[in-house]
Design a binder for this molecule. Structure first.
Ligand code: PLP
Length: 446
């Protein structure tokens, strides 16, 4: 790691935002810097400050900022006047993306999916998925899970658990039953069995569902990771009850948990999969709903949208698939880095009597209250580390480091987190005085 100045504490002039940008803005409140450059794992403030990015656009930047291979592909495409916008017309960029998806992702995994290009954000992919499930099955109810997060438009929002987010709807959010996720009642209660019991009981009041909509690791809802056994049970339940299993892989997919899909090697194949966030590889808006060919009952234009298939994103997504996924080494390296993360978080948790959550490079530490978590992330930010929280009360400090980060920089960022926790929470062992010291080596300054 090269030497870097500690970020200056200078708060930018925020008057234009206060005057003209809606109060709905959020991340900028806890990270009051004005950024003007980003490369790899770093974001640069216009005041010369530099931040290590452990948020990665909520996992939209799994390959880091402006990856050279992706950037070059996009620059070449633009320089050659490649089509930018074409509704859903055939383009070279789309053909190449579909062929690469087929060759690099689907075929080697034995998956036969059709790709539906939806509007460009994740919630569009979820809307398409649940709409399709309802159309295919002729049923209304979607079973979603506690702490699930699926997006902000009304259909996806109805499937989202968080009351604060749901409250913005302004209308009743209906036709969804929220069932307990894996582990909701603790390790001794199998919530898939409970769900099965109710689905089999004609008097349970639970209508036959169109779909089960599930995240394998709950990105916004606290990094709860479902076990493969539980997910297999849900897949089997869906099959048995004539419903479709939708895996929302918008945050957990694209390598965040190791494989390209978060459910790889778990012994089931979802009927429908949603992807967005890191799909374009470069932070460009791009979402996709994948489903079994037999489910493709759409008539032309029945589910529409002006920006379906962003050609620039086709180009960078294709480049990302070729750059990272054509060789299994990438997934192995992510898995290895995930184990580093696991080890380090476990150590912090043990020292302070806390617990960890998550899987792969999608993990966090439960610091018990949102207030404590905010204090820790605030300290991290002051020391040059961008990191956010997750969970019902924002009580999980969540590490979403770029998957391509080198070990040294990764550990340096984790050192900051470790020290920020040590400054905030007392160790279990009172004689352990190595934390919270005045001459703390916090910060990325060399
Ligand atoms: C972020 C996210 C969404 C919504 O994606 P947007 O691009 O914000 O609309 C849906 N599902 C999951 C699991 C997500 O993490």
């Amino acid at each position: 790691m090269t030497s870097t100045p500690k970020p200056s504490a200078k708060t930018p002039d925020t008057k234009i935002y206060e005057r003209r940008e809606s109060g709905v803005r959020s991340y900028s409140r806890s990270m009051p810097r004005q950024f003007n450059k980003a490369q790899g794992v770093w974001m640069h403030g216009n005041d010369g400050s530099r931040y290590l990015d452990f948020l990665s656009g909520c996992s939209s930047l799994n390959y880091g900022h402006n990856h050279p291979a992706l950037k070059q592909a996009l620059m070449d495409y633009i320089a050659a006047d490649g089509v930018t916008h074409a509704l859903d017309l055939y383009t070279d960029a789309k053909a190449e993306f579909l062929a690469t998806l087929e060759d690099v992702i689907l075929k080697p995994r034995g998956l036969d999916y059709r790709a539906m290009f939806t509007g460009p954000t994740g919630t569009n992919a979820v809307e398409a998925a649940i709409k399709l499930a309802r159309k295919v099955t002729g049923r209304e109810t979607v079973i979603a899970f506690t702490n699930g997060f699926h997006g902000m438009t009304l259909g996806a929002l109805a499937c989202t658990g968080n009351a604060g987010k749901r409250g913005g709807a302004g209308v009743p959010l209906s036709h969804v039953s929220h069932e307990p996720y894996d582990g909701y009642y603790g390790p001794d209660v199998d919530t898939a069995d409970l769900l099965e019991q109710r689905l089999e009981d004609p008097s349970s009041g639970l209508d036959a569902p169109a779909a089960f909509l599930v995240e394998t690791v709950q990105g916004e809802g606290g990094l709860n990771a479902a076990s493969p056994e539980w997910l297999r049970k849900i897949a089997a339940l869906a099959k048995k009850h004539g419903a479709l299993m939708i895996v929302d892989d918008i945050q957990a997919g694209c390598g965040r948990t190791g494989g390209f899909f978060s459910f790889e090697d778990m012994g089931f194949k979802p009927d429908i999969v949603t992807l967005a966030k890191s799909l374009s590889g470069m932070g460009l808006p791009f979402a996709l709903t994948l489903f079994r060919p037999e489910l493709d009952v759409w008539s032309p234009g029945e589910h529409n949208g002006t920006f379906r298939g962003n050609n620039h994103a086709f180009v960078t997504a294709t480049a990302a698939l070729k750059e990272f996924w054509a060789d299994p080494k990438f997934a192995e390296d992510v898995a290895r880095r995930g184990r580093i993360l696991e080890e380090r978080l476990d150590k912090m948790a043990k020292r302070h009597g806390l617990s960890t959550r998550g899987r792969g490079m999608m993990r966090g530490i439960n610091v018990e209250t949102g207030e404590i978590a905010d204090k820790i992330t605030g300290t991290c930010f002051d020391e040059g580390l961008i990191i956010e929280t997750s969970g019902a009360h924002g009580e999980i400090v969540k590490v979403l480091a770029p998957l391509v980060i080198d070990d040294e920089t990764f550990n340096a960022g984790l050192d900051i987190l470790e020290e920020a926790i040590a400054e905030t929470i007392a160790p279990v062992d009172a004689s352990d005085t190595t934390g919270a010291k005045a001459d703390s080596k916090l910060g990325l300054a060399a």
